[in-house]
Design a protein around this ligand. Sequence first.
Ligand code: AR6
Length: 194
Amino acid sequence: VWTSTAGAELSRYPRNTKLDQKISVFSGDITTLEIDAIVNAANNSLLGGGGVDGAIHRAAGPLLKKECASLNGCETGQAKITCAYSLPAKYVVHTVGPIVQGRVGEAEKRALRSCYKNSLQTATDNGARSVAFPCISTGIYGYPPEQAVHEALATVRDFLDEHHEKLDRVIFCVFLPTDKDLYLHNLPLYFPEG
Ligand code: AR6
């Protein structure tokens, strides 16, 4: 199923070397990245949790939670920005992915795409020119990684097609070896090198 979807996607995205140069896959801990903005896969409360959210709050220190507590939470698919405190990044963009139980429906798909789009929008509105994403929703929230990768790559490609002048780099930060394989395998469908 995914092979044929990928084939259809291929024809939708022409080669654009300018965009290809802005995309990287980094395998490791997102809290170590010295870039303008890292994205956090948070929950609606924005008050911290497990997974990448827990790692980001631990590395940023308690002031991050204090600022998050002043934001009145965040709706699923939306994004809010804070300082990054003790992290080497400048900002943290907090977004809330959809929870998937059973099959992925249109609403979850749309919400996941909104996470990527609104995170890029919020980051660039604040002058960030480099942004790193974890694999939103694919941990505790249960979104199948092999489906999420397509939404992530397509949304970033669409945003760059429209706003390439606003960004120097978008990094897909993968934590699991299986996600690294998924991204490296599917990247050429959305950023074809010709
Ligand atoms: N750096 C990069 N990626 C990481 C790191 C890290 N340090 N740690 C984990 N990952 P998850 P979700 C990967 O569960 O599914 C929290 O409790 C992880 O391997 O962190 O969106 C929130 O408060 C996976 O690939 O986020 C919410 O309640 C990816 O990050 C809920 O979890 C996302 O997994 C959100 O669940």
